[in-house]
Write a protein that binds this ligand. Structure first.
Ligand code: 5GP
Length: 211
């Protein structure tokens, strides 16, 4: 039996989570999905090549530029963007099907995608993950060792740009302590509450990151 129950035809929620690369977003999302029922990560389409250990139709739908452009011209994406020189997009039919089944869907997308979702007036709860510092961000990007130095530099530049959008999101969650950040996310997603968030601290760190 599927672990997803349809809740009296109640539609699922769309949860948009953005963060600069290295803010720890993927680990937090993984933990939310593994520890809770009725919530999934949307599988995006991308023209980026799979990294070691990534699988088609599980991590992403890995497609060519031609395929991506064909889908885009048919308006098959709810949102799409060029991120770190590759195209990424959320498939409209994919998320509509999941939401209609009552499944809560997380969109792990960049700030450009978030803006498109807002412009299209699609109902969503949006959360921005704030890294503890630029130094920590650099450290995490280097430790990941997934990318070349050039790619890391591009991502750092993009991180500084993305941080400027943090205040446009419904909620900001500081990821300096993994367990605290996870608790905050769960409370926002499932209780619609922000009571666990240390707003003062995250505002201060955000100001430092932007200065
Ligand atoms: P990665 O290549 O490391 O998996 O993802 C790079 C960035 O692309 C991440 O910040 C992620 O949020 C973003 N991304 C992944 N899928 C989508 C998508 O469908 N739309 C948009 N706009 N961004 C995406």
């Amino acid at each position: 039996m599927s672990r997803h129950k349809t809740l009296n035809n109640k539609k699922g929620k769309l949860i948009v989570i953005s963060a600069p690369s290295g803010a720890g977003k993927s680990s937090l999302i993984k933990a939310i999905i593994n520890n809770n029922n009725n919530i999934e990560l949307s599988i995006s389409a991308t023209t980026r090549k799979p990294r070691e250990g990534e699988n088609n139709a599980k991590d992403y739908f890995f497609i060519s530029d031609e395929e991506f452009n064909a889908l885009k011209s048919k308006d098959d994406f709810v949102e799409c963007a060029l991120v770190h020189n590759y195209q990424y997009g959320t498939l409209r039919s994919y998320i509509n099907k999941r939401i209609d089944k009552g499944i809560n869907i997380i969109l792990d997308i960049d700030v450009q995608g978030f803006e498109q979702i807002q412009e299209a007036s699609i109902d969503n709860t949006s959360i921005f993950i704030i890294p503890p510092s630029i130094e920590e961000l650099k450290k995490r990007l280097n430790i990941r060792g997934l990318d070349s130095q050039d790619v890391i530099e591009t991502r750092l530049e993009n991180a500084r740009h993305e941080l400027k959008y943090a205040n446009s999101f419904d909620f900001r969650v500081l990821n300096d302590e993994f367990d605290d950040a996870l608790k905050s996310l769960v409370s926002i997603i499932f209780d619609g509450s922000s009571k666990d968030i240390d707003t003062e601290k995250s505002t201060k760190i955000l100001q430092e990151l932007l200065s």
